[in-house]
Design a binder for this molecule. Structure first.
Ligand code: C5P
Length: 340
């Protein structure tokens, strides 16, 4: 359908958009969760549901466009893909359930950690993604890649190292919530991110169906599960002040960015893979650290944090280095092209 040239362009374009999307989502989400305002704060569970609805609407439009806006073709597609293949459809309930849990965990994390610490710790998902890629997709990792995973863990540990300087303890009191709860939430999100990402990659690359159709299937389950989650955790508050209590422009921006993330990630997984996706998100660490430092003034980097960040970034690049960079690059190109 698409030429190798446009395939490669889409690959790098989608990775670039992912860097921008991840950076803006982290900063806006953190800002939205710590903003002091009158009245109730918005419910994270309702933001997750709304982002899912937005994603389904956009994907439905894209499928409609792919089928030249023919209602007949849409009906046929729905029958073939959903009604006639209940097992295939149900398979998407697994990543959808895990992503829903993960999306809620990330709000917990960002209510308790500053944007940069969150972002760097979350890089441990590169490790979980690699482990799941080996066990579920049968990928093989080189010695450099295993080494880079060790480096990554060392880097993340350094970033997490508690600081005891006076200025910092003052800073800790100012920042909201518990560091421990935040870190636990991120660690759980790392496991779920690795598993769900690789599972979705397996489904996308094993079947030929359009990425937007798969995203609608994923989104429908995500919507139902997210809605149930909202009822279980926030029923009382929803009854009192409604589902959209505390929404403002920033909340809407978070929702739009999260929906955009779902779309971009699906394209990245199709045209590149979960590992290149890791590169893109680690670039966004540098960006959110710098922006968090200069604009939000909510983060005070120490030398240990700096060393940890450098290790994480070095590890990410080492992961992509396979001994013979030029031929390795060509190999990745062809395997990505032939996989899709
Ligand atoms: O951190 P990670 O890359 O695992 O985050 C993936 C995010 O993308 C989750 O918020 C998930 O809900 C979303 N996603 C999506 N549609 C896809 C794949 C991922 O909305 N097809």
């Amino acid at each position: 359908m698409s030429s190798p040239h446009s395939h490669s362009r889409l690959k790098y374009l989608s990775l670039g958009v992912l860097v921008l999307q991840t950076t803006s989502l982290v900063l806006t989400m953190r800002y939205s969760r710590t903003l002091k305002e009158d009245g109730p704060r918005y419910l994270a569970s309702s933001a997750v549901v709304l982002a899912e609805v937005l994603k389904i609407l956009v994907c439905t439009f894209l499928v409609f466009k792919e089928n030249n806006f023919s209602v007949q073709a849409m009906k046929q597609l729905l029958k073939e893909e959903v009604v006639n293949k209940p097992v295939e459809t149900l398979k998407l309930a697994i990543p959808a359930g895990i992503y829903t849990l993960q999306n809620n965990l990330l709000y917990v994390a960002l209510s308790n950690l500053d944007a940069a610490t969150y972002q760097v710790t979350y890089q441990l998902k590169i490790l979980t993604t690699a482990l799941f890629s080996v066990s579920m997709l049968g990928r093989r990792l080189s010695l450099y890649q295993w080494l880079s995973l060790l480096l990554l863990m060392a880097g993340v540990t350094l970033v997490q190292w508690p600081t005891e300087s006076e200025g910092d303890s003052e800073h800790k009191v100012l920042s909201t919530g518990s560091q421990f709860v935040g870190v636990m939430a991120v660690l759980m999100a790392c496991v779920s991110s690795g598993f769900a990402g690789v599972y979705f990659e397996k489904i996308l690359k094993e079947t030929k169906q359009s990425v937007w159709v798969r995203n609608i299937q994923l989104g429908l389950f995500g919507f139902v599960l997210g809605f149930l989650g909202m009822i279980v955790y926030d029923a009382q508050r929803v009854r009192q002040s409604g589902m959209f209590q505390g929404y403002n422009t920033i909340t809407c921006t978070v929702v739009v960015l999260q929906a955009l993330g779902g779309l971009v990630i699906a394209v990245v997984i199709k045209y590149a893979d979960n590992i290149l996706k890791g590169f893109a998100t680690s670039l966004s660490i540098i960006m959110s650290t710098l922006i968090s430092y200069f604009l939000l003034e909510d983060f005070n980097p120490t030398r240990v944090f700096f060393v940890g960040t450098v290790l994480v970034i070095a590890a990410t690049f080492l992961y992509g280095y396979e001994g013979k960079p030029a031929s390795a690059l060509n190999k990745t190109e062809t395997s990505v092209n032939s996989a899709t």
